[in-house]
Ligand binder design. Structure first.
Ligand code: MN
Length: 535
């Protein structure tokens, strides 16, 4: 049928390297506030997914980003670990110091080559840009022989000039050249023609890896990426769930499944373990607070659902009448594991290991207590539940506040009243109460009163981890505090408890983000001002 076995079936020349930028370009999305531990967890999952390169962050931008990239470089094995750097010495040193402990470190340096970016943003000249590229790539090569260079806004650059810049990067030893469609403006035929012209202008490009990096402003990120691959590129930069600046990046799951499903037509393949796709998508959605749209290709909840009677009838008779992919291929039905209330510590440990979580000692005790609590209320605890609990616990240890107790009174005859007791980072307990418009509003306002922060709720989502009346509830809160957007998630069989946890985590994240921004502004006001949108 239309499905093909996954690689390595093709020859090496047809292998497409998957460069994941969920933790760099994706993490630049508003309201995403991943801490170090969460970034390491995502990077570990990306390693299980089998991506070739993890762009772990932009180390110069903040001490927190530096530490996260360093932790990933030290702990995550398999993929190349890459740090982003503008084309200057300080950025490149920071990127190198962050990634150098990886077995396979890469420095990715970039500078804009379009006239609009050179004249308006950088306020310099084409000649100066050439000099910066020469110095930056040479500097990076002194540290490592794996250096990627990107001419930012490449798709809107004069191609002859960009060819000259790329030639300089190659002369100085760059091993991957990535030509981004930074603003999501190009079209497939145009992007492919640009690469064909670059191959003519810079014959040396045939000896290195050429790469695509596309944004989805016109909904063409995956189509443009694919056009670039057909034109000869062998690295695709992409992000889980398509997160990234503005409308996002090409989504990893879409480009990977396009390559796999239609391999017999184009011959291209990747080393991605596709059965890890569904889980990667859930993890990134959960930790970033960015929900996946229901009709999203590959990972949307309806991507494999059939509604129309004619379709259902067809699929029942023969799946391939209406399905071009099998849900098991992306790992949607892989986790059939179930635990009950009598399952012991050992069974839990095994189950967690099967899910890829190494839990020992105190962490196992905490996970076990939490599991018992849930198993008492819920007949069956599934793999999806365990995944949610572990993510929730991970965020708990990272949170600066704890929800000690709450009492919410709601009825149709008087305004809801909420009382809370919150544990502060220094161990003190504080109380707050509030009469609000609704029970959730009263609850969140009582938390504000107790902690003394005037956070404003921007978004609030509730969903169920699995089906059934006893399902675990999962909430996502996005709030704003002094102009900073931050999100948090919570999981519990009690939806109010899940909401309170989510709100407290979002609050802690907002405080961490604003103190990070203050620190950065004090340390390097000019560097902070120069931080603009990147490729
Ligand atoms: Mn980008």
């Amino acid at each position: 049928m239309s499905e093909q076995p996954t690689g390595p079936t093709g020859d090496d020349a047809s292998r497409v390297r998957v460069f994941d930028t969920t933790l760099r370009d994706g993490e630049q999305s508003p309201g995403i506030s991943l801490n170090k531990q969460e970034k390491v967890e995502i990077a570990s999952q990306l390693a299980r997914l089998g991506v070739d390169v993890i762009e772990a962050g932009f180390p110069i931008t903040s001490p927190g980003d530096f530490e996260a990239v360093q932790a990933i470089a030290r702990e995550v094995e398999g993929p190349v670990i890459c740090g982003l750097a503008r084309a200057n010495a300080k950025d490149i040193e920071a990127a190198w110091n962050a990634v150098k402990d990886s077995e396979r470190p890469r420095i990715h340096t970039f500078i804009a080559t379009s006239d609009i970016h050179i004249e308006r943003k950088l306020q310099t000249t084409r000649e100066d840009v050439k000099g910066q590229v020469r110095a930056a790539v040479a500097h990076a090569r002194r540290y490592t022989d794996d250096v990627e260079f990107s001419p930012e806004d490449g798709s809107r650059s004069n191609v002859e000039f960009m060819g000259e810049v790329i030639q300089i990067a190659l002369d100085e030893g760059a091993t991957t050249i990535n030509v981004p469609d930074t603003v999501g403006y190009t079209m497939p035929d145009e992007y492919a023609a640009m690469f064909e012209q670059l191959y003519r202008l810079v014959p040396g490009l045939r000896d290195v890896v050429l790469s695509v990096h596309c944004h989805d402003d016109l909904g063409l990120a995956v189509a443009n990426s694919f056009a670039g691959l057909v034109a000869g590129c062998r690295q695709v930069e992409c992000a889980i769930n398509g997160i990234g600046e503005r409308a996002g990046n090409a989504s990893l799951e879409e480009i990977v499944m396009l390559l796999r499903t239609r391999e017999s037509s184009h011959g291209l393949w990747t080393g991605v373990e596709t059965t890890e796709i569904a889980r990667s998508s859930r993890l990134v959605s959960r930790l970033t607070g960015y929900q996946v749209q229901h009709n999203k290709a590959i990972v949307g909840r309806n991507a494999f659902a059939h509604e129309a009677g004619i379709h259902q009838d067809g699929v029942l008779k023969e799946r391939t009448t209406y399905e071009i992919m099998d849900a098991t291929t992306i790992g949607l039905e892989a986790n059939t594991l179930v635990l009950g209330k009598h399952s012991g510590r050992h069974a839990l440990k095994n189950a967690l290991e099967e899910l890829g979580f190494e839990v020992d000692g105190a962490a196992l005790n905490t996970a076990f207590l939490r599991f018992k609590e849930i198993a008492d209320k819920k007949k069956k605890v599934t793999a999806l539940d365990l995944e949610a609990i572990v993510s929730d616990e991970m965020r708990q240890s990272a949170s600066a506040f704890s929800l000690e107790s709450f009492d919410v009174e709601a009825s149709s005859v008087r305004a809801p009243l909420a009382r809370v007791t919150i544990g502060l980072p220094d161990g003190r307990l504080v109380d707050g109460s509030f009469t609000g418009d609704g029970p959730v509003d009263a609850f969140f306002s009582a938390i504000n009163a107790a902690t003394g922060h005037e956070a404003r709720l921007k978004e609030y989502h509730v969903s169920a981890v699995t089906g059934g009346r006893d399902a675990l509830g999962e909430t996502t809160v996005m709030l704003e505090l002094d102009g900073v957007l931050a999100s948090g998630q919570g999981v519990s069989t009690d939806i109010l408890e899940a909401s309170g946890r989510a709100y407290l985590r979002a609050l802690a994240n907002a405080l961490a983000l604003s103190s990070g921004a203050r620190q950065q502004a004090e340390e390097a006001p000019r560097a902070a001002a120069a931080m603009t949108q990147t490729s």
